[in-house]
Ligand binder design. Structure first.
Ligand SMILES: O=C(O)CCC(=O)C(=O)O
Ligand SMILES: [Fe+2]
Length: 267
């Protein structure tokens, strides 16, 4: 009998070399209770109004990448100081450095989005975050690393993310069997990390509660970001954030890439 796939799980404060090793091996990991309750509450409060005004996607078709009964809210760094703190979490930065550092001078924020999955939402189709870069053959070099912060408990029934451990090393076209798919159950305040080559999807929500998560992903500093960070945090707002956050978003040059005239950019 084939063993059911498992996601490596760590507690906050775990030896980071073990987390890095697990990510190399499995392409995914969970760190439980990585964030304080205060920060989770702060971010929820800062995003509350915008989320409340975000539409819930109603239409569904099996071809749609985003299932119905979900809410998505981008531009989190412009909306929340707490999200800026989350995005620069030292543990995550260290993991990014390990997995992306060989292929760039500096990694950058790739996507910031809150994902609220409502009762009755179907499972998402398995995909790779690096599918936006089809010009590299699978298995691709490390281009992206993603995190999902649990802003509510993630459970089997409310849509905890599905992950296929080890799939970051698979050849193109290999399909996951049910035994190869694991689910990232985790308590609020935990973070799930996965490499851009790892197959994953939002789980279906058969419960009567909403599953609230925040995706913050990172990419090589010379790639086009999936979310246009210069529009999500435009210069007028970028002047109010720390140098660290401005750098993460990609304002400074990367080698010879990205020159600009500060008199025009007003930054
Ligand atoms: O919501 C989730 O659990 C995963 C969502 C996801 O993978 C995506 O939108 O790219
Ligand atoms: Fe995804």
């Amino acid at each position: 009998m084939v063993a059911k796939a498992e996601i490596p799980v760590f507690e906050s404060g775990a030896d980071l070399s073990l987390v890095k090793g697990a990510l190399d091996e499995s392409g995914c990991a969970v760190i439980r209770n990585a964030q304080s309750l205060e920060l989770t509450q702060q971010v929820k409060a800062e995003l509350g109004d915008s989320l409340g005004q975000s539409r819930v996607q109603e239409d569904d078709s099996t071809e749609d990448f985003y299932p119905a009964k979900t809410q998505r809210l981008p531009a989190l760094l412009a909306r929340s100081k707490g999200a800026q703190t989350m995005a620069t979490h030292p543990t995550i930065k260290s993991l990014c450095e390990h997995h992306l550092g060989d292929n760039c001078e500096r990694f950058q924020l790739h996507v910031s989005v809150a994902v609220n999955i409502g009762p009755g939402a179907r499972e998402q189709v398995l995909h790779r975050e690096e599918d936006a870069f089809p010009f590299f053959k699978i298995p691709r070099p490390n281009l992206v690393i993603a995190t999902m912060w649990a802003m509510s408990d993630f459970t089997h029934s409310n849509g905890a993310t599905l992950l296929v451990p080890g799939s970051h090393r698979w050849q193109s076209g290999r399909q996951a069997t049910p035994d190869e798919v694991a689910q990232a159950d985790m308590p609020e305040g935990s973070v799930m990390i996965w490499l851009g080559g790892t197959l994953h999807a939002a789980g279906g929500n058969s419960s009567n509660e909403w599953r609230y998560g925040i995706i913050l992903s990172y990419s090589l500093g010379w790639l086009r970001q999936e979310e246009n960070q210069y529009l999500s945090l435009p210069p007028a707002l970028a002047t109010n954030v720390s140098d660290e956050v401005r750098e993460l978003v990609g304002y400074p040059m990367h080698g010879s890439l990205g020159f600009y005239d500060p008199r025009i950019a007003k930054i």
